[in-house]
Design a protein around this ligand. Sequence first.
Ligand SMILES: [Cu+2]
Length: 195
Amino acid sequence: MKNPKIFLLLSLSLVFSLGASEANKAIEKRIAPVGSICLEGQDCGSTPAAAPMQMATSSNLPKIELSEGSEHTIKMLNSGKDGTMVFEPAVIKVSVGDTIHFKATDLSHNSASMAGMIPSGADSWAGMLSQDISVTLDKEGVYVYQCDPHVMMAMVGVIQVGGAVNMAEVQEAATQQKSSFIMNGTRLESYLSQL
Ligand SMILES: [Cu+2]
């Protein structure tokens, strides 16, 4: 159909001129798709245009699944899928007693647990710059760690070990920490929202 408007006018004029109910029904069916166009502001159900808007907010990011196995590797990178100066994967869920291997894939990074953002009674850690470090996490809860040289750029990561028993405390600490990030200010809250 080259011109829908002309088709619609022709169809309508047919409706009036024919007058027969059978013909009307047939024509109504034919013009129905033209009448079902959804106007802005109407409740149009789910449209393709609505989906990207939902994905843009951190609260709608998908939840992370539990990682299989008892050993997990996190790379320290200058650039990754979350941007520059990142841990990858930056969000991970593991089981109590699992071991995390931080790999110095790129240089001048480290991994250090953040004060007040690990479960109470859990051991803190602080890796050396440009060196691998492995930590075994025996206490259940959420751990947040940073790269010391790049914490202002929000080079941080989160690990959930077992249940998120200390999430309220971590969320509160993360809110206080937010003002210290001069770049990627929403990165940590975005990570936490995926647990
Ligand atoms: Cu770094």
